[in-house]
Design a binder for this molecule. Structure first.
Ligand SMILES: C[S@@+](CC[C@H](N)C(=O)[O-])C[C@H]1O[C@@H](n2cnc3c(N)ncnc32)[C@H](O)[C@@H]1O
Length: 268
Protein backbone atom coordinates (compact mmCIF):
# COMPACT_ATOMS: atom_id res chain seq x y z
CA UNK A 1 0.00 0.00 0.00
CA UNK A 2 1.27 3.50 -0.70
CA UNK A 3 1.34 6.45 1.72
CA UNK A 4 -1.96 7.86 0.47
CA UNK A 5 -3.73 4.50 0.92
CA UNK A 6 -2.27 4.19 4.43
CA UNK A 7 -3.47 7.71 5.30
CA UNK A 8 -6.96 6.81 4.06
CA UNK A 9 -7.03 3.52 5.95
CA UNK A 10 -5.96 4.95 9.31
CA UNK A 11 -9.31 6.57 10.26
CA UNK A 12 -11.21 3.38 9.34
CA UNK A 13 -8.88 1.37 11.57
CA UNK A 14 -9.28 3.84 14.42
CA UNK A 15 -13.08 3.87 14.12
CA UNK A 16 -13.39 0.09 14.01
CA UNK A 17 -10.70 -0.95 16.52
CA UNK A 18 -9.90 2.17 18.58
CA UNK A 19 -6.22 1.83 17.61
CA UNK A 20 -4.70 5.14 16.44
CA UNK A 21 -1.91 4.26 14.02
CA UNK A 22 -0.42 7.76 14.32
CA UNK A 23 1.40 6.43 17.40
CA UNK A 24 3.01 3.51 15.54
CA UNK A 25 6.09 3.27 13.29
CA UNK A 26 4.58 3.70 9.80
CA UNK A 27 7.02 1.62 7.76
CA UNK A 28 6.74 -1.47 9.95
CA UNK A 29 2.98 -1.07 10.26
CA UNK A 30 2.52 -0.81 6.49
CA UNK A 31 4.61 -3.95 5.99
CA UNK A 32 2.58 -5.90 8.55
CA UNK A 33 -0.75 -4.61 7.24
CA UNK A 34 0.16 -5.39 3.62
CA UNK A 35 0.55 -9.08 4.47
CA UNK A 36 -2.65 -9.06 6.51
CA UNK A 37 -4.72 -7.26 3.86
CA UNK A 38 -3.60 -9.62 1.14
CA UNK A 39 -4.73 -12.55 3.33
CA UNK A 40 -8.16 -11.22 4.30
CA UNK A 41 -9.12 -8.81 1.49
CA UNK A 42 -7.17 -9.93 -1.57
CA UNK A 43 -4.78 -6.99 -1.19
CA UNK A 44 -7.36 -4.22 -1.70
CA UNK A 45 -7.22 -1.53 1.01
CA UNK A 46 -10.68 -0.25 0.03
CA UNK A 47 -12.25 -3.73 0.37
CA UNK A 48 -10.43 -4.09 3.67
CA UNK A 49 -11.66 -0.70 4.97
CA UNK A 50 -15.26 -1.63 4.05
CA UNK A 51 -14.88 -5.04 5.70
CA UNK A 52 -13.63 -3.77 9.06
CA UNK A 53 -16.20 -0.97 9.19
CA UNK A 54 -19.12 -3.31 8.47
CA UNK A 55 -18.13 -6.55 10.15
CA UNK A 56 -17.38 -6.41 13.90
CA UNK A 57 -15.76 -9.87 13.76
CA UNK A 58 -13.31 -8.62 11.11
CA UNK A 59 -12.60 -5.52 13.24
CA UNK A 60 -11.98 -7.77 16.26
CA UNK A 61 -9.63 -9.98 14.29
CA UNK A 62 -7.71 -6.92 13.11
CA UNK A 63 -7.40 -5.69 16.69
CA UNK A 64 -6.01 -9.10 17.71
CA UNK A 65 -3.51 -8.85 14.88
CA UNK A 66 -2.47 -5.29 15.78
CA UNK A 67 -2.10 -5.87 19.50
CA UNK A 68 -0.08 -9.14 19.41
CA UNK A 69 -0.92 -10.79 22.70
CA UNK A 70 2.02 -13.23 22.88
CA UNK A 71 3.10 -13.67 26.49
CA UNK A 72 4.35 -16.22 28.98
CA UNK A 73 4.80 -16.82 32.69
CA UNK A 74 8.39 -15.81 33.58
CA UNK A 75 8.87 -14.71 29.95
CA UNK A 76 12.65 -14.67 29.22
CA UNK A 77 13.33 -16.38 32.57
CA UNK A 78 16.86 -14.97 33.02
CA UNK A 79 15.56 -11.39 32.93
CA UNK A 80 13.38 -12.09 35.99
CA UNK A 81 16.36 -13.11 38.14
CA UNK A 82 17.42 -9.58 39.15
CA UNK A 83 13.84 -8.65 39.87
CA UNK A 84 13.37 -11.70 42.06
CA UNK A 85 16.70 -11.65 43.88
CA UNK A 86 17.50 -7.92 44.13
CA UNK A 87 14.74 -5.51 43.22
CA UNK A 88 11.71 -7.01 44.97
CA UNK A 89 13.65 -7.85 48.17
CA UNK A 90 14.92 -4.24 48.22
CA UNK A 91 11.42 -2.85 47.67
CA UNK A 92 9.96 -5.19 50.30
CA UNK A 93 12.52 -3.95 52.82
CA UNK A 94 11.25 -0.41 52.13
CA UNK A 95 7.54 -1.11 52.28
CA UNK A 96 5.28 -3.97 53.23
CA UNK A 97 2.56 -2.84 50.79
CA UNK A 98 3.96 -2.29 47.32
CA UNK A 99 2.17 -0.58 44.46
CA UNK A 100 2.95 -2.32 41.19
CA UNK A 101 1.67 -1.92 37.62
CA UNK A 102 1.94 -4.40 34.78
CA UNK A 103 1.17 -2.22 31.73
CA UNK A 104 0.23 -4.16 28.59
CA UNK A 105 -0.31 -7.35 30.59
CA UNK A 106 -1.95 -9.40 27.83
CA UNK A 107 -3.63 -12.52 29.29
CA UNK A 108 -2.15 -11.96 32.76
CA UNK A 109 0.93 -14.18 32.83
CA UNK A 110 3.17 -11.22 33.72
CA UNK A 111 1.25 -9.79 36.72
CA UNK A 112 0.55 -13.31 38.00
CA UNK A 113 4.27 -14.05 37.77
CA UNK A 114 4.90 -10.99 39.96
CA UNK A 115 2.21 -12.08 42.43
CA UNK A 116 3.77 -15.56 42.65
CA UNK A 117 7.22 -14.12 43.34
CA UNK A 118 5.87 -11.78 46.02
CA UNK A 119 3.91 -14.59 47.67
CA UNK A 120 7.08 -16.66 47.73
CA UNK A 121 9.30 -13.87 49.11
CA UNK A 122 6.89 -12.53 51.71
CA UNK A 123 3.43 -14.11 51.82
CA UNK A 124 0.14 -12.36 52.51
CA UNK A 125 1.15 -8.74 52.34
CA UNK A 126 -1.42 -6.19 51.12
CA UNK A 127 0.32 -5.25 47.87
CA UNK A 128 -1.62 -3.58 45.07
CA UNK A 129 -0.87 -5.14 41.69
CA UNK A 130 -2.65 -3.39 38.86
CA UNK A 131 -2.61 -5.03 35.42
CA UNK A 132 -3.90 -3.28 32.31
CA UNK A 133 -4.20 -3.90 28.60
CA UNK A 134 -5.80 -2.26 25.58
CA UNK A 135 -7.50 -5.48 24.56
CA UNK A 136 -10.65 -6.17 26.59
CA UNK A 137 -10.70 -9.83 25.53
CA UNK A 138 -7.33 -10.66 27.09
CA UNK A 139 -8.16 -8.59 30.17
CA UNK A 140 -11.33 -10.64 30.73
CA UNK A 141 -9.44 -13.88 30.28
CA UNK A 142 -6.72 -12.74 32.66
CA UNK A 143 -9.23 -11.68 35.30
CA UNK A 144 -10.81 -15.13 35.09
CA UNK A 145 -7.38 -16.64 35.82
CA UNK A 146 -7.15 -18.35 32.44
CA UNK A 147 -7.46 -21.14 31.64
CA UNK A 148 -3.90 -21.43 30.36
CA UNK A 149 -2.62 -24.19 28.10
CA UNK A 150 0.23 -26.40 29.32
CA UNK A 151 2.43 -24.76 26.65
CA UNK A 152 1.93 -21.34 28.34
CA UNK A 153 3.39 -22.78 31.52
CA UNK A 154 6.66 -24.16 30.22
CA UNK A 155 8.82 -21.93 32.44
CA UNK A 156 7.13 -23.14 35.63
CA UNK A 157 8.27 -26.11 37.68
CA UNK A 158 5.83 -28.89 38.59
CA UNK A 159 5.90 -27.61 42.16
CA UNK A 160 4.92 -24.10 41.02
CA UNK A 161 2.16 -25.57 38.85
CA UNK A 162 0.74 -27.52 41.77
CA UNK A 163 1.04 -24.55 44.13
CA UNK A 164 -0.48 -21.79 42.01
CA UNK A 165 -2.88 -23.50 39.56
CA UNK A 166 -5.97 -25.68 39.56
CA UNK A 167 -6.09 -28.20 36.76
CA UNK A 168 -9.39 -28.28 34.91
CA UNK A 169 -10.75 -29.55 31.61
CA UNK A 170 -8.66 -28.11 28.86
CA UNK A 171 -6.05 -26.32 30.91
CA UNK A 172 -4.83 -24.77 34.12
CA UNK A 173 -6.49 -21.93 35.99
CA UNK A 174 -4.71 -19.62 38.44
CA UNK A 175 -5.96 -20.40 41.93
CA UNK A 176 -7.82 -17.85 44.02
CA UNK A 177 -4.86 -17.13 46.32
CA UNK A 178 -3.00 -15.55 43.43
CA UNK A 179 -5.96 -14.37 41.36
CA UNK A 180 -7.30 -12.10 44.11
CA UNK A 181 -3.94 -10.30 44.34
CA UNK A 182 -4.17 -8.74 40.87
CA UNK A 183 -6.67 -6.13 39.68
CA UNK A 184 -7.25 -6.10 35.91
CA UNK A 185 -8.50 -3.15 33.89
CA UNK A 186 -8.76 -2.18 30.25
CA UNK A 187 -6.52 0.81 29.55
CA UNK A 188 -4.90 2.42 26.52
CA UNK A 189 -1.36 3.57 27.30
CA UNK A 190 -1.42 6.01 24.41
CA UNK A 191 -4.69 7.73 25.27
CA UNK A 192 -5.67 7.21 28.88
CA UNK A 193 -4.42 8.95 32.01
CA UNK A 194 -2.74 6.85 34.66
CA UNK A 195 -2.05 6.83 38.35
CA UNK A 196 1.30 7.53 40.05
CA UNK A 197 3.24 6.53 43.18
CA UNK A 198 4.25 3.11 41.83
CA UNK A 199 7.16 1.18 43.35
CA UNK A 200 7.50 -0.88 40.19
CA UNK A 201 6.20 -0.47 36.66
CA UNK A 202 6.54 -3.42 34.30
CA UNK A 203 6.01 -2.67 30.61
CA UNK A 204 7.60 -5.39 28.50
CA UNK A 205 7.25 -6.10 24.80
CA UNK A 206 4.46 -3.56 24.42
CA UNK A 207 6.00 -0.45 22.85
CA UNK A 208 8.02 -2.26 20.17
CA UNK A 209 5.83 -0.96 17.34
CA UNK A 210 5.20 2.51 18.80
CA UNK A 211 6.82 5.49 17.06
CA UNK A 212 9.96 6.87 18.76
CA UNK A 213 8.03 9.95 19.81
CA UNK A 214 5.15 7.99 21.34
CA UNK A 215 7.63 5.71 23.12
CA UNK A 216 9.64 8.61 24.54
CA UNK A 217 6.53 10.41 25.73
CA UNK A 218 5.20 7.27 27.42
CA UNK A 219 8.55 6.51 29.10
CA UNK A 220 8.64 10.05 30.51
CA UNK A 221 5.16 9.55 31.89
CA UNK A 222 6.24 6.21 33.40
CA UNK A 223 9.24 7.92 35.07
CA UNK A 224 6.92 10.53 36.57
CA UNK A 225 4.52 7.80 37.75
CA UNK A 226 7.21 6.02 39.78
CA UNK A 227 8.14 6.91 43.34
CA UNK A 228 11.74 8.13 43.73
CA UNK A 229 13.80 4.92 43.88
CA UNK A 230 11.06 2.97 42.09
CA UNK A 231 11.93 0.54 39.29
CA UNK A 232 10.98 0.20 35.63
CA UNK A 233 11.21 -3.30 34.11
CA UNK A 234 11.25 -3.56 30.31
CA UNK A 235 11.57 -6.34 27.72
CA UNK A 236 14.81 -8.19 27.01
CA UNK A 237 15.17 -6.72 23.51
CA UNK A 238 14.32 -3.16 24.57
CA UNK A 239 16.56 -0.31 25.76
CA UNK A 240 15.95 3.20 27.07
CA UNK A 241 18.35 5.23 24.96
CA UNK A 242 17.65 8.49 26.76
CA UNK A 243 17.28 7.01 30.26
CA UNK A 244 19.24 9.66 32.17
CA UNK A 245 17.40 12.60 30.61
CA UNK A 246 14.18 10.99 31.82
CA UNK A 247 15.48 10.67 35.37
CA UNK A 248 16.31 6.93 35.17
CA UNK A 249 19.50 5.16 36.18
CA UNK A 250 20.22 1.89 34.40
CA UNK A 251 20.58 -1.04 36.82
CA UNK A 252 20.76 -3.97 34.38
CA UNK A 253 19.74 -4.88 30.83
CA UNK A 254 16.02 -4.70 31.54
CA UNK A 255 15.88 -2.72 34.78
CA UNK A 256 15.96 1.03 35.34
CA UNK A 257 15.56 2.90 38.61
CA UNK A 258 14.04 6.33 39.06
CA UNK A 259 16.57 8.60 40.73
CA UNK A 260 15.66 10.92 43.58
CA UNK A 261 15.60 14.02 41.37
CA UNK A 262 13.46 13.61 38.33
CA UNK A 263 14.70 15.99 35.64
CA UNK A 264 11.65 15.79 33.44
CA UNK A 265 8.41 15.55 35.38
CA UNK A 266 5.42 15.30 33.07
CA UNK A 267 1.91 15.03 34.38
CA UNK A 268 0.64 11.53 33.60
C1 LIG B 1 3.35 -8.91 23.22
S1 LIG B 1 2.19 -8.58 24.46
C2 LIG B 1 3.26 -8.43 25.88
C3 LIG B 1 2.64 -9.00 27.13
C4 LIG B 1 3.56 -8.99 28.35
N1 LIG B 1 3.89 -7.64 28.74
C5 LIG B 1 4.80 -9.79 28.10
O1 LIG B 1 5.86 -9.24 27.88
O2 LIG B 1 4.70 -11.02 28.11
C6 LIG B 1 1.79 -6.88 24.12
C7 LIG B 1 0.51 -6.42 24.79
O3 LIG B 1 0.47 -4.99 24.73
C8 LIG B 1 -0.87 -4.60 24.55
N2 LIG B 1 -0.92 -3.25 24.00
C9 LIG B 1 -0.58 -2.85 22.74
N3 LIG B 1 -0.81 -1.54 22.60
C10 LIG B 1 -1.30 -1.09 23.79
C11 LIG B 1 -1.73 0.17 24.27
N4 LIG B 1 -1.71 1.25 23.49
N5 LIG B 1 -2.18 0.26 25.55
C12 LIG B 1 -2.21 -0.83 26.34
N6 LIG B 1 -1.82 -2.06 25.95
C13 LIG B 1 -1.37 -2.19 24.68
C14 LIG B 1 -1.43 -5.66 23.61
O4 LIG B 1 -2.83 -5.73 23.65
C15 LIG B 1 -0.72 -6.93 24.10
O5 LIG B 1 -1.54 -7.65 24.98
Amino acid sequence: MNDAEYERLMPAIQRSTGVDLNFYKPRQMVRRLDGYISRVAGGSTQTFADLIEKDPAAADALKDFLTINVTDFFRDPHSWTDLETKVLPELLARSSALKIWSAGCSQGSEPYTIAMILETLAPNRPHKILATDLDAKVVDRAAAGGPYAKSDLKNLSDAQLRKWFDEEDGGFRINNDIRKRVTFRRHNLLMDRFDSGFDLIVCRNVVIYFSEEAKHDLNERFAAALRPGGYFFIGGTETLLDASTMGFERRSTSLYQRGPDLVVAKAA
